[in-house]
Design a protein around this ligand. Structure first.
Ligand code: NAD
Length: 350
């Protein structure tokens, strides 16, 4: 059976890389990008594939149950890769309910649409993309394993943990084929400049302060977004059904050290005095309930499926900075909100 894969959240940061990879690498699959285009969804991210004959876009909200069922029916969806979510921890602190709606209810709506539409459940796959934040926070030692107990600590991670539980519950109760991956922090092109790395790049260019929570001691494991997309491709095709895979970069950094690294590279690229960007660093009141450290053990993915990240962090950061410096218009459009006009101009005929 020819695959028609529904990729949700394809206009967002990670989703746009997954859509591009699948559209280009698998011209014999149909790829349907479902996205309601929140502030984080930007169709400009998909310019490279928007005219490909196997790419389709459908503007539907996960909360629209009928809309979801219609997409499954109209496109004869065979598989799902579910990335659409509210994804920013700070926003989850100011508006937790938005996260419950999209991440929990939205995921259940999608599972229901799949359950209703798919007649032979085991010939289809529902792939749920999740985060390492469901495991909570580590001390100085140790790693998150696939077997680590869930202990989410922010409204964002609680909503993602809940969605993971629903996916497993539907697999157990309704026999839907599922797979889940939990990945560490991503960075790279197309990331909305509210997250640490693009925020710093953008603010340095505009000589604005670089706000760092607390003392910048929090540790995250970072992965280049295209390496995450490659892992998703591998797990989608070769991952054992019903399993969970952790994805990580074996690449732990304190926030303050990342910001200093970006400052040093930006000083060189912008021809500034060494040390001048670092003067923009401003320590601010710590995020409420800020998790200290995340670190992923991705041995299972490496040993079972042979995946390893392809880029060293310094190389990936330089690539990312170059992308943002080259794509000033993209940055200008997302920070001013003008990117919404792209949808109006390209997808809504007058
Ligand atoms: P993002 O915020 O950049 O993109 C989310 C996309 O989902 C946007 O295009 C948005 O328009 C869409 N969306 C949001 N609510 C929707 C709704 N109700 N209906 C339809 N579409 C909706 O997010 P991201 O950083 O690309 O993350 C993608 C997925 O990967 C999320 O599930 C996230 O939890 C997970 N994840 C992210 C990271 C990371 O570092 N960014 C790490 C691990 C896992």
């Amino acid at each position: 059976m020819k695959k028609t894969i529904l990729i949700t959240g394809g206009a967002g940061f990670i989703g746009s890389h997954v859509v591009q990879l699948f559209v280009k690498k698998y011209p014999y699959y149909n790829i349907v990008n479902l996205d309601c285009l929140t502030y984080a969804g930007n169709l400009e991210n998909l310019q490279l594939v928007e005219n490909e004959p196997n790419y389709y876009f459908s503007k539907v909200n996960l909360l629209d149950e009928e809309g979801l069922k219609k997409v499954f029916h109209d496109f004869s969806i065979t598989d799902v890769i579910h990335l659409a979510a509210e994804s920013h921890v700070d926003r989850s602190i100011s508006d937790p309910l938005a996260f419950v709606k999209t991440n929990v209810l939205g995921t259940v709506n999608l599972l229901n649409a799949a359950k209703t539409y798919w007649k032979e459940l085991d010939s289809h796959l529902f792939y749920h993309v999740s985060t390492d934040e469901v495991y909570g926070s580590l001390g100085k030692d140790g790693y998150f394993m696939e077997t680590t107990a869930y202990d989410p600590k922010s409204p964002y991670s609680a909503s993602k943990a809940s969605s993971d539980h629903f996916v497993r519950a539907y697999a157990n109760t309704f026999k839907i084929n599922t797979v889940i991956s939990n990945c560490s922090n991503n960075y790279g092109p197309n990331q909305f400049p509210e997250k640490l790395i693009p925020l710093c790049i953008n603010n340095i260019q505009h000589e604005r302060a670089l706000p760092i929570y607390g003392k910048g001691e929090n540790v995250r494991d970072w992965l280049y977004v295209e390496d995450h997309a490659q892992a998703i491709d591998l797990i989608f095709h070769k991952g054992k059904r019903g399993e969970t895979y952790n994805i990580g970069g074996w690449n732990e950094w304190k926030n303050i050290d990342i910001v200093k690294l970006i400052c040093n590279i930006m000083d060189k690229k912008l021809g500034k005095e060494p040390g001048s960007s670092a003067q923009l660093i401003k320590f601010v009141k710590d995020r409420a309930g800020h998790d200290l450290r995340y670190a992923i053990d991705a041995t299972k993915l490496q040993e079972e499926l042979g995946w390893r990240p392809s880029l060293q962090f310094e190389e990936g950061i330089e690539k990312t900075i170059d992308w943002y410096l080259k794509n000033q218009q993209w940055l200008e459009n997302v920070t001013s909100g003008n990117y919404k006009e792209y949808y109006a101009a390209h997808y809504q005929s007058p």
